[in-house]
Design a binder for this molecule. Sequence first.
Ligand SMILES: Nc1ncnc2c1ncn2[C@@H]1O[C@H](COP(=O)(O)OP(=O)(O)OP(=O)(O)O)[C@@H](O)[C@H]1O
Ligand SMILES: [Mg+2]
Length: 309
Amino acid sequence: MNVVAVINYKGGVGKTTVTANLAAELAWQGKRVLLIDTDAQASLTFSFVKPDVWDSTYKDTKTIKSWFDAISGGAEPPSLEDFVITPREANLRLRKNGGKIDLICSHLGLINVDLELATLLGGVNLNQTKRNYIKVHGKLREAIQALKEKDNYDIILIDCPPNFNIVTKNAIVASENILIPAKPDYLSTLGIDYLQRSVKELVKEYNEYAALDPNGEQISPDILGVVFTMIQITSGAPIRAQQQFISQTKRLDVPTFKNYFRENKTIFASAPQELVPVVLNRFPDGTYSNVVEEIENFVEEFDQSLLGL
Ligand SMILES: Nc1ncnc2c1ncn2[C@@H]1O[C@H](COP(=O)(O)OP(=O)(O)OP(=O)(O)O)[C@@H](O)[C@H]1O
Ligand SMILES: [Mg+2]
């Protein structure tokens, strides 16, 4: 089972859209996918679950916030399995394929969880502080390890918020791979370099502290690469302004995916409301079917990159 964090500091670059479509296409191929929404905005959650259903059925007990709350309360966290739901609409499209998409929802109150986790970070001495650091940042990793033993999933995708808070760090520590969706523009290109450095620092710090613990495990999440989003195509290629930033990103020390997500406001904007990612729709022809085909090509490339090809 692979664990992949989908992350970028920058907001609105398409992280959630990429996560939802990647999950959907992998499930279409027959894979068992678990999505974890760690963003308080809960966009991934509301791309699969109706807000009123979330409110009446999941809000109080079935979100990642309830799971983190148990930790902040000092209790041993319950199994992640207790928080998993199976979104109906998307899975109806997958009936014949043997795959599935499960989801651990987010909660608008997740923002407070970070503050509560931060209070657990102090310690009476340096050693205690380091142990607390591992405890607080390694919780999701521990829980996912336990899930691995059950073998219910082929892949877990974690949709991260546009920041580097304790919840995001938990997601990175829990992951073997990192996928970076990015828009090819000036600020996004700057952000990728910064993100890469932050991940390196987190890994170094975590490993240094984990080495002090006899049961501590070393982590080495691998950056799979940057997938470009909201690409504007003219005459079969990205427009020149975007091409410039794609080239700049390629010069950074980070892999890039050849396949991309094309910009199409019409179909990407309406998909969340319909609770079914774009890639699970079949369009007869034209631009829409190109968008779907391009996502399928990206997922094929993603699969190969996971295998290290
Ligand atoms: N390829 C695309 N073409 C057109 N619009 C897109 C595309 N991808 C995403 N969008 C739109 O851009 C907005 C932001 O997308 P999304 O929520 O996926 O980004 P995000 O990086 O997850 O944002 P946040 O940082 O807030 O979590 C949404 O309105 C979405 O519908
Ligand atoms: Mg998002």
